[in-house]
Structure formats: C-alpha cells, structure tokens
Design a protein around this ligand. Structure first.
Ligand code: UGA
Length: 470
C-alpha cells in the first residue's frame, strides 16, 4: 500500500490544478496555493475554471477535503513534505522564458522554510533553473541542508490532461539527491506499482497493473532539457509534415498517404504527423522559442528551431492563400468559421492559429460568422462581436448564407457535420478545411469544392442526384 504524502502545489493553472486533483486521486493530501484570491474563492466554491474531461468529477470528489485551495504559501510550506512549483513561465520579449514568478515563489518559500522540504519544478523551465532556485533559497538565508530542488516535468496535453497525468508514457524525475529522489518515487508509486489501476473506480487509460508507467531517474539538468527537447521535437514533427504537405500540394500527391507511409516506420511513428494550419497553444510556440534562446545563450547553433517556427508561421499564410484562390477576392466575402480554440477539446485560445487566421481575414475585408463549442467566450474578450465578427449559435447558423466554410479546429463535431444541411445553408458549396477532417471523394460526391491541406482539391461531382444534395 502506497504511503500518503503531504503535497503543496503552487499555481492553479492547467498544470497545477490538474496535478493537485490527480495527486489527491492517487491518495495524497494536497494543498493548492494561488495568490489570486478570486480564483481560490471560485475553486473553493465549486467552479471549474478550465474545460477539461474528468476535472469536474475529480474536483467534486476532492475539493475542500483532500485538496484544499488556499492563498497562503507560508502555511502550505510548513505543512507539506514536497512543494511543486507549477506557476506560469510566459514568453518574454526576447523569446526566453520569464522566470520571475518562479523566483517569487522560491523567495516566499524561503521565508517560511524551517524543516526539510523537497521543492519540485513542475513548470516548464529552461536548464539551470534548478540551480537558480537553490541559489534564491540560500540567498534568502535558508540552510542548504533544509531543502533539495528536483525537476519533474509534466507532459500532459490540454483536453486530455487528467488521463495524461494518470496514464503517462513516462514519469521523469531529475534529482541530484537520493533523499529527494526517494520522496518523488514514493509520490508516484501508486502509478508505478500499478496499485492505482487496480482500483475499481480508477480513471481508465493506457496504463494498467500489467503495464504501469516507467519512472526515469535523471540528473536535474537532463530532466529540464527532456521537457524542452520533447516539445521542440514534437513541434518539429508538425512543421516537418506541414512542409511535406506543401510539397504534396505542388505535386498533386496526398499527404495523408505520405504520412501513413512514413509513420509506419516504427523509428518515426504515426503520431504528430497531422498537417494543418500550424501548431499553437500555450506550450509549443513558447517552448520552441525558449529552447532556441537557451541554445543561443550557450553559443550553440540550433537554427533548426528557427526553421520550425518559420514553417509554422508560413502555414497560416498559405491557408489564407487557399481561401483567396477558392474565392477569388477576399474583400466583402462572408465566411463561416468553425473552430477558434488552438485545437479540439479545449476552450484555450492562446496562440491559436484559428484566431490569428480570423484576424488576418478580417484585415483583408472579410466578415466572419464563427462557431466553437467551448472557446467563444474567451475569443469574444479579445475579438469582440462587431460589424465583421459574429458569434454564431451553432455550426449551421455560422454557415447561413456564407460564401464558404472554413474549418480551423479539429473538434469531433466538425468532422460529423450534416453535409446536406451544410450544403443548403452555404451560399456557395465551398469548404476550405485546415484540419483535413473529411475525405475529399465524399465531399465531391456531396457537391462541394473541397480544399484541404496537402491533398488534391476535390471538385463537385457533376449531375448530382437530388438524393445527394437534398
Ligand atoms: C503539448 C504537448 O503535447 C504536451 O506533451 C505538453 O505537456 C504540453 O504541450 C505542455 O508543454 O504543457 P498541448 O499544447 O496541450 O500539449 O497540445 P498538443 O496536443 O500537443 O497540440 C499542440 C498544437 O499542435 C495544436 O495546435 C495542435 O492542433 C497541433 N498539432 C498537433 C498539429 O498541428 N498536428 C499534429 O499532428 C499534432
């Protein structure tokens, strides 16, 4: 039976909140600390601030008992054995990560640290952050024997965060101290021993009693680099397939076939080879820039990452060019947009390529009717409704009398549209799909001109029967 450990999680953003409830689900006693009083009150009162599967269920189960939400970091520091720092590390103007929140937390911990604690970096941070945290604690008068700092990067994805946390591909613990390493091993033992997956009401996923997740122990610096290198590699995979998709378009080849052909090589793997309008979100754009900046500061030429970013930017411009070539002129066109979130299953619009494309199209003189199942409220805050921007009630309302339909986010419901209804709603039967959600042949049978990414344009089949288009 695994031991219950007393854990503090600092920060109640995506990573912090998910980590807090998942540690509770694993049997630990958790205090989640945030200096935003309104947020803490809302969490105490039962609000779920982010759109994430299983989160309402776990919050309902553990809120105000096994997970307490508080604002007092000193209290949390005194009570807990391990303090996970999960505060934001936003991108600074120079591209590198702004670590001022991490520093502020370290200094605050220092003020109330009186017995041995393990301080855990959970936020995505550049290599050497570990040393800076230690230095900050020592500068604030803390005895070096009273703490260890370890790195335990998080690999969860938005939308599947809870399942990713409880069923990880791997758990990475970077520790230069045996004592701290041991505590982290204990914290994760409900997962690594398989005990959690034996529970009747456990959240199901890819791990099991027979196949629990592996725990990789590394040095702290290696763990810090593993996080940045993982995100940079995944971003590179996406930019690579996007560049290949452009090559496919130029040659009339089909990128889906090419991606399958290369992904079947087990050394390459099939995942993260979906071409589209470029990666977005709060992680890849920021982490690629931060990793590049770290390399630069160390005098290492990692210009490969500059190319990754360049291709990613270009992908949005190429999408606009596709819309233009389908519609001739953009000025004055009414466009239906499905999707504003940076990917499906989330309400997050940070660095969303969809929102950027909408902005570019409005600048080109188009008027937009947009629908997203979860991200409209957030988008309205930065792109208010107005003459050229309407928020629709549903997908078909967005399409009503539009000159074309643009698909910008990979929500499942956008892949399951009633195509007859869509055809009736649209003024012209034109779809430009930035996420390749449909089979081109099916779209031509349904009477659409269908433009997607890295695949030949599909044109409507002539002599349409009324049974097809209704
Ligand atoms: C990403 C990583 O996948 C996580 O492992 C990591 O923990 C997280 O960043 C983080 O550092 O916190 P996330 O940003 O939630 O997770 O989203 P992803 O599912 O990775 O997608 C990122 C972007 O890439 C999205 O815009 C998505 O549409 C795009 N993408 C993804 C593609 O264009 N093609 C693909 O094949 C896959």
């Amino acid at each position: 039976m695994s031991k219950s450990i007393s854990i503090a999680v600092v920060g109640s953003g995506y990573v912090g909140l998910v980590a807090a409830v998942c540690f509770a689900e694993m049997g630990h006693a958790v205090v989640c600390v945030d200096n935003d009083e309104r947020k803490v009150t809302a969490l105490q009162g039962g609000e779920t601030p982010i759109h994430e599967y299983h989160l309402p269920e776990l919050l309902g189960r553990y809120r105000n008992n096994q997970v307490r939400f508080i604002t007092d970091l000193a209290e949390a520091t005194r009570e807990c054995d391990a303090i996970f720092i999960a505060v934001g590390t936003p991108q600074s103007e120079t591209g590198d990560a702004d670590l001022s929140y991490v520093e502020a937390v370290a200094c605050e911990i220092a003020r109330s640290l009186t017995s041995y604690k393990v301080i855990v970096e959970k936020s995505t941070v550049p290599v050497y952050t570990n040393e800076w945290i230690s230095r900050a604690l020592e500068r604030n008068g803390v005895d070096r024997n009273l703490f260890d700092v370890v790195s335990n990067p998080e690999f969860l994805r938005e939308g599947t965060a809870v399942v990713d946390f409880l069923h990880p591909d791997r758990i990475v613990v970077g520790s230069d101290s045996d004592r701290a390493g041991l505590l982290l091993k204990e914290i994760y033992s409900p997962l690594t021993s398989g005990e959690y997956y034996q529970r009747e009401n456990c959240i199901s996923g890819s791990c099991s009693v027979a196949e629990p997740p592996p725990l990789l122990m590394t040095s702290t610096k290696s763990a810090e680099i593993i996080k940045h290198a993982s995100n940079a590699f995944l971003a590179m995979k996406i930019s690579f397939i996007n560049a290949v998709s452009n090559l496919c378009e130029a040659t009339n080849a089909n990128v889906e076939q090419v991606a399958r052909g290369i992904g079947l090589d087990t050394r390459i793997g099939p995942k993260f080879l979906r071409p589209g309008i470029g990666y977005g979100g709060s992680c890849f754009p920021k982490d690629v820039a931060a990793f590049r900046s770290v390399a630069e500061q160390l005098g290492i030429d990692f210009s490969l990452l500059t190319e990754v970013e360049k291709i990613n930017q270009q992908q949005k411009r190429l999408f606009i060019a596709k819309v233009r070539s389908a519609l001739w002129n953009l000025r004055g066109k009414r466009l239906a947009v499905l999707g504003l979130a940076f990917k499906g299953d989330t309400d997050d619009i940070r660095e969303s390529p969809a929102v950027e494309i909408v902005r570019l199209l409005i600048n080109e003189g188009c008027s937009i009717a947009a629908f997203d199942p979860a991200a409209m409220e957030r988008t309205q805050q930065i792109l208010p409704a107005g003459k050229n921007m309407r928020y629709a009630a549903d997908s078909y309302d967005a399409m009503s009398d539009a000159d074309a339909l643009l698909i910008l986010t990979d929500w499942i419901e956008f892949a399951e549209l009633d195509l007859k209804r869509a055809n009736k709603a649209l003024r012209y039967s034109i779809i430009v799909d930035g996420r390749n959600l449909y089979d081109p042949a099916t779209m031509s049978e349904h009477g659409f001109t269908y433009v997607s990414v890295g695949r030949p344009i599909a044109h409507p089949v002539r002599n349409l029967t009324s049974s097809v288009i209704g």
